[in-house]
Each structure stands twice: as C-alpha cells, then as structure tokens.
Design a protein around this ligand. Structure first.
Ligand SMILES: [Zn+2]
Length: 366
C-alpha cells in the first residue's frame, strides 16, 4: 500500500517511473511499446502494458490512462495506486479476473501537457474507417467557429471574446460544447481533430488488444478521463456501441438508481454524442469477447475554462514562435484544466476508480 498522493505525478517521466516501479514491486513484467518521438525533457516515451493474472484468463479487465495525454496525471495515479493495493489484487485473483494496465495510451500528449497525440489528433475520435473519407462526419458548426477558436493572436482580443460570447448566447452552451468537442475531420490544426489516418496510439492499442484480449471470453474496460462535469465527480459513461443489452449490463455492474451509467446515445451524459471512439476497436480486434466498458470521466474546471485552455494549447501548437513565458503559462493552464492538484481531489479519484474496478471484477465473474 502507498499513500494516495504518492501515486500521482506532476510530469510524465515521473509517472512512468512510478508505474514501472509499481510493476516491479507487484512482480509484473512490463511490455513497453516505444513511441517514435522523445518527450518534452528528452525522455523516452512509451505505452507500457502490464498484465496481472493468467495469460489464458477467460475474464479480463482493462484499466487504461492518458487516452487524452494530459489527462494521464489522473489515470496514472489510479493505476500506480492499484499496483500497490494488495486487497484489490487479491480480489481480482480470487475471482479469476486478469487485469491489464495500459499506462499512457498517448504518452506524447502526456509529456507535452497536451490532450492530443503528436499528430495533433484526438485519439478518442480517431477510430473511423479512413479508407472512406466521404463517410467521415462533417461538423458544420465547428467549421464556422474554427477561425474564432484559433485567432491570430493570443490572448484573444476583446472582439474575439465578444464574438464567441455572442455565438454561445445565440445557440446555447450545450450547442457550443457539441460543436467544439464532438470531433471534426476538416481542420488538421483545429481542436478535437479526429485525423486523416490511424495514429500511432490507435495502431498500438489494437496490437495490445489482439495480444491480450484476443482469446478472452469476457472483457471489461475502464478508460480514465478528466475535464468534464463537476469537480472530483467521476461520471460513468457507457463506452460500448449503442447496444441495449450491453447498456443494461453496464448499468447492473456500475450504476445505481440515483446515479445510473450515463450514455452519449440518449443524451444523459455530460459528454456530447461522439464518433470514432477508441473502444470501437474492441469489436474489431476481439469479436469473440462479450465486451462491457465505461469511460470514468472526472470533473476538473467548468467547461468554458477547459475549452479556453484547449484553444490556447492549439494556438501555441500553431505558433511555436510564441514567447517562452506565454508558452509556459499555456502549458500550466492545460495541466490545471485536466488535473486538480489537491489531496482532496486525488482522494475522490482513487476511491471512485477503486469502487468501479471492484464492481467490474464482480460483473465479469458473476
Ligand atoms: Zn478524455
């Protein structure tokens, strides 16, 4: 057992060290998947995978972090804590569930305090068939907002701020969130860009799924996210295809009458309706498995502050000539938008993730 605060890290390199040390102390072999680029401090980048349990277990729980790079401060802390949590490990073992930890799905974004991959792509909008470009979603509201979201200068001028405020006043905050966050395939320098091809992380997680989940009979996946909803609250968002049977199962495992598992398909989630989601790969790579998953989405700051941080981040990516103090401020703001650096928040994160993991083991073995 380690303290909760100790499990979290302010930088990717430390998070990776803690994950690797946690695997050593748990007696687990790490399977590194080296990323082609280096991190912000010149460190190696890797999607690290460790399996706690039998290679041929019929039930598998995947716990993954940093799909959206900078959100890895949260997910990595959950994973490191779990590796040192004897009661948790014992429970999964006793109930015949193998646990697959995927640390830093998007290590480049984690290291650079960005939500997107090194291809400037939102990994969780990137799982579409790019051989048919005509089938990619068209996001017209985003196209109209794009020049306002990424103005020539940063911070935005009062005119720019007024124009955005006017858009929100006219269409509503929900429509603004949907326009900005639901994904777009038109502007490769823009926000929530889904890409024009499979990213490195997309290809790599598919390989991991084939290797580790390709023979499992039942698979659950808890993918850890931050940046939506009330601070510290973990929303359990249904993360399967729009399938009533799977939704009922997810609700039986993780929902309560007061707090059901929410869904992007019926509007009950704080998240907009999305396409190109990462867990679509489960159906493609592991069609033999009965699959049940959630995104555990923890709140940090209000939506407009989070989208403000993302606009700044994308502006900076487009303007590498920006002065160092402005760049540092933008990166610090990104971390704040996706990681509330307090012990109270970290405590809420771990207790809710741990509960969801226990519930997943009961569900898988039930
Ligand atoms: Zn996320």
């Amino acid at each position: 057992m380690i303290g909760i605060a100790e499990a979290f890290s302010p930088r990717y390199a430390q998070a990776r060290q803690k994950f690797l040390q946690g695997c050593v102390s748990a007696g687990l072999t790490v399977e590194p998947h080296a990323h082609p680029l280096k991190g912000r401090d010149g460190e190696d980048l890797s999607m690290d995978v460790a399996r706690d349990g039998d290679a041929d277990a019929e039930q598998l729980l995947i716990v993954s972090s940093a799909c959206h790079g900078v959100e890895g401060h949260c997910g990595s802390g959950v994973q490191v804590f779990a590796l040192h949590d004897a009661e948790w490990r014992e429970k999964a073992r006793e109930q015949g569930v193998a646990v697959l930890y995927v640390h830093a799905l998007n290590p480049h974004g984690f290291s650079y305090s960005r939500r997107v991959t090194h291809e400037n792509v939102d990994l969780n909008r990137n799982f579409l068939d790019f051989s048919k470009p005509e089938s990619l979603p068209v996001n017209e509201p985003y196209a109209r907002l794009h020049p306002l979201l990424l103005p020539d200068t940063w911070p935005p001028t009062p005119e720019n701020q007024a124009a955005i405020a006017k858009w929100i006043e006219k269409h509503g905050a929900t429509a603004y969130q949907a326009a900005v966050t639901s994904g777009q395939y038109q502007f490769d320098d823009g926000l929530f860009f889904g890409g024009k091809a499979q990213t490195w992380s997309n290809k790599t997680i598919r390989e991991v799924l084939r290797r580790h989940a390709g023979r499992a009979r039942r698979v659950a996946w808890i993918d850890l996210h931050t940046g939506l909803g009330p601070n510290g609250l973990g929303e359990r968002i249904f993360a399967c295809r729009d399938d009533k049977v799977a939704y009922a199962r997810a609700n039986a495992w993780w929902g309560t009458p007061a707090a059901p598992v929410t869904s992007i398909y019926d509007g009950s989630s704080t998240s907009a309706l999305l396409r190109g989601l990462m867990w679509d790969s489960m159906y493609e790579e592991c069609p033999q498995a009965e699959y049940t998953g959630i995104a555990l989405e923890y709140g940090t700051l209000p939506m407009l502050e989070v989208t403000g941080a993302l606009r700044a981040d994308h502006w900076l990516h487009k303007h590498p000539e920006a002065p160092a103090d402005l760049a540092d401020g933008i990166r610090a703001r990104m971390v704040e938008a996706f990681y509330t650096d307090t012990d109270a928040w970290r405590g809420q994160i771990v207790s809710q993730a741990r509960q969801a993991m226990f519930q997943a083991v009961d569900g898988l073995s039930g």
